[in-house]
Design a protein around this ligand. Structure first.
Ligand code: DX5
Ligand code: ZN
Length: 217
């Protein structure tokens, strides 16, 4: 099933409450970009903010940890109200342990891959995860351009999942808009993150509607 996950990275941080309410009825998940200034150049949202905005919506929180050594952070975000916790395969040398920590917290496990990271990094852990996040831009900033080779990477991942008879969501994040959503959905992605396409538009609800309409064009 197709799920849309607006990223609040492009929202107005001075009124996150209103910004989340704007998309609450039309979003499937709320995508929260956590950046530590080390794994990526920017610093964004911490677990205390996640805890505060947890009161604003009942929609699942899809927490994308763009942080170094994410294992140290997982429990805090789980307690703050995350539903899916995604760590980057490049960010933790003990990836298998990080996966176990997320599971022990009772949360869904996501693994994210930077554009240049090959799918082979997933080989031994794929059966342990609920979702794989294909980054279609280099992480750290909203509003970047979709990297074209991501489409083939999504196709290859879909094939890898099918070959192993697994049931795993494919999320894609970065540069998705109403003009290219059909390409990533056609390639096999079913959870679509959109930051600027939703929050930089004058009517976020209309933008989400448009994305849904165009997804299977
Ligand atoms: C980028 C973040 C994305 C970002 C996407 O590092 O992980 O979630 O918000 O923004 P857009 O949709 O504008 O590329
Ligand atoms: Zn993200």
């Amino acid at each position: 099933m197709l799920k849309l996950a607006p990223s609040i990275l492009s929202a107005d941080f001075s009124c996150l409450d209103d910004e989340i309410k704007k998309v609450d009825s039309s979003a499937d998940l709320i995508h929260i970009d956590v950046m530590d200034g080390q794994f990526v150049p920017n610093i964004t949202i911490g677990h205390e903010v996640v805890k505060s905005i947890r009161k604003v919506t009942n929609k699942p929180f899809d927490v994308h940890l763009m942080v170094k050594d994410p294992s140290k952070q997982i429990e805090k975000f789980a307690e703050a109200g995350a539903d899916i916790i995604t760590v980057h395969v490049e960010a933790d040398i003990h990836l298998h342990r990080a996966i176990q920590i997320i599971k022990d917290c009772g949360k869904k496990v996501g693994l994210a891959l930077n554009p240049a990271t090959p799918l082979t990094t997933l080989e031994y852990v794929l059966h342990e995860v609920d979702m794989v996040l294909i980054m279609s831009v280099n992480p750290g900033f909203g509003g970047q351009k979709y990297i074209e080779f991501s489409t083939q990477k999504i196709r290859n991942l879909k094939e890898m999942i099918n070959r192993n008879n697994l049931n795993i969501d494919i999320e894609v994040d970065g540069g998705i808009n109403a003009g290219n959503i059909d390409v990533v959905v056609g390639a096999g992605a079913n959870i679509i993150v959109t930051g600027s396409a939703v929050y930089n538009s004058p009517d976020p609800v209309e933008s989400i509607k448009q994305l849904r309409m165009n997804a299977f064009k």
